[in-house]
Write a protein that binds this ligand. Structure first.
Ligand SMILES: NC(=O)c1ccc[n+]([C@@H]2O[C@H](COP(=O)([O-])OP(=O)(O)OC[C@H]3O[C@@H](n4cnc5c(N)ncnc54)[C@H](O)[C@@H]3O)[C@@H](O)[C@H]2O)c1
Length: 428
């Protein structure tokens, strides 16, 4: 079976920092075919192709860039349809466009016979998630949602120990993720506006997903208070949010998010999770300071225009290391997460035209619960849909109905670990 070709739609920050490095590395390992990137403007893909970081890590590798021609700044928002249409069925489309465009790109890819790896959040409504789930299953195609914190070993450890009963039951907790202020000056200012997204929808979803991933609980109600603030281009976004998520067992999680962590602060961001839990005889505590990974570096001078000379980098998300051989090797859970999803696509594709075998694998991925899929991570869409309603209504509490089937499936899934995707992924 030839290696699948892969197209990344979107050429922004996440493509440069995580997706393209992971894809390049898998191509170098002989696991992927031709790589293409389709953004909205020629200038975006030209800047990506000129990246010094990528050139140093992946010498001799390149991607086909779309748009191929035209005015550098003229948008070509429909081009991705034509480029996906030119792919052989059974390839992989990585979706890395702004949140509100995910549904269109994902459904286009599925209808044209391509597997999908989508950055989080999958989509913004439950109805869109259901359409995607049905379309993918009917065609025997993978849709993996790239919630990379699931592949951080500290979260996999917490999940195993929580599900073994070592923490009792979650009662009260808090989570926070604040990105640096300089994010406001990026392309975010063009789409991260009050009508499209907010800090909770954008990054709070990581920790909501994690609480489900660790505990197996389902969200039952959400309220989000948002503070509108100005981007440099004058547009307005909910750049600070405070959310309360109530869970199916009555537990409560407070989630604070923002694009306002000081640029002069040492970590890449501020982030963490604390869960207070109840056991039969004592309370229990699960606490992760996720921006503190133990590294303290003070360089002779700042490494770029936005960072201080003293930094506390994370070795765990995605870093490049010299493992010998040409270029550099991307390591960390940012790589492992993309690799896992793409490996699942490759595994399903190896079943060829046997639809029932493909569908059996899809159901196994759903029930293993390691890779987020439309079927096993609908809690995210239900929270986001309710959160958008809440924030636009000034923070009103919005109930999230849980069907008896979902409640039963949730209880059933909090059991012994089930089988996940097979392949070269072996660090669990
Ligand atoms: N921690 C995470 O998991 C994480 C981090 C960053 C971003 N993301 C997600 O990734 C997505 C993109 O984020 P980003 O930071 O790269 O944003 P960005 O603004 O830097 O990039 C968005 C890209 O989408 C492209 N685009 C927009 N419309 C398009 C169209 N019609 N056709 C083709 N390309 C189009 C733009 O050209 C741009 O390259 C968002 O959904 C975001 O939530 C996830």
């Amino acid at each position: 079976m030839p290696n699948p070709d892969i197209l990344i739609v979107g050429g922004g920050m996440i493509t440069h920092d995580q997706l393209l490095p992971a894809v390049y590395h898998m191509q170098r390992q002989g696991r992927l075919g031709e790589i293409s990137v389709c953004a909205q403007r020629p200038r975006t893909v030209h800047a990506l192709a000129a990246s010094a970081t990528l050139a140093q890590a992946f010498p001799g590798q390149s991607f086909r860039a779309y748009p191929e021609s035209g005015d550098e700044d003229a948008p070509q928002p429909e081009l991705f349809r034509e480029i996906i249409g030119r792919m052989k069925p059974g390839g992989i489309v990585v979706v890395a466009v702004p949140d509100q465009l995910h549904a269109d790109v994902i459904l286009t890819a599925l209808r044209l016979g391509q597997h999908v790896c989508a950055v989080k959040p999958l989509v913004l409504t439950s109805a869109d998630a259901l359409d995607i789930e049905e379309e993918a299953y009917r065609r025997g195609l993978v849709v993996g949602v790239e919630y990379h914190k699931r592949f951080d070993d500290r979260n996999l450890l917490a999940r195993r120990k929580y599900r073994a009963g070592q923490f009792g039951e979650f009662r009260l907790g808090s989570a926070w993720l604040l990105e640096k202020s300089y994010y406001r000056a990026s392309n975010f200012q063009n789409w991260f506006t009050t009508e499209n997204s907010d800090a909770f929808t954008y990054i709070g979803c990581h920790y909501v997903d994690l609480v489900h991933f660790i505990t197996g609980l389902q969200p039952a109600a959400v309220s989000v208070y948002g503070i509108p603030d100005q981007f440099p281009n004058g547009k307005t976004g909910y750049l600070w949010t405070d959310a309360r998520v109530v869970w199916s067992n009555g537990a409560c999680l407070n989630v604070q998010n923002g694009l306002g962590f000081p640029d002069s602060a040492p970590g890449a961001n501020a982030q963490g999770l604390t869960l207070y839990c109840q056991g039969a005889r004592d309370g229990a505590l699960l606490s992760h300071a996720d921006q503190q990974r133990g590294l303290r570096y003070s360089y002779v001078e700042p490494q770029d225009s936005v960072s201080p000379a003293y930094v506390e980098p994370s070795p765990d998300y995605l870093q490049y290391v010299d493992m010998g051989g040409p270029g550099l090797t991307p390591v960390g859970y940012g790589f492992r997460s993309v690799e896992y999803i793409l490996q699942c696509c490759i595994q399903v594709e190896s079943e060829g035209g046997n639809l029932s075998a493909r569908q059996r694998l899809l159901r196994e991925f759903d029930s293993a619960g390691l890779m987020a899929t439309p079927a096993n991570s609908s809690h995210n869409e239900r929270v986001i849909e309710a959160a958008r309603e809440s924030i636009l209504a000034g923070g009103r509490t919005v109930e999230i109905p849980i069907s008896p089937e979902l409640q039963a499936a949730t209880v059933a899934s909090v059991g012994p670990r089930r089988r996940g995707c097979e392949g070269s992924y072996n660090s669990l």
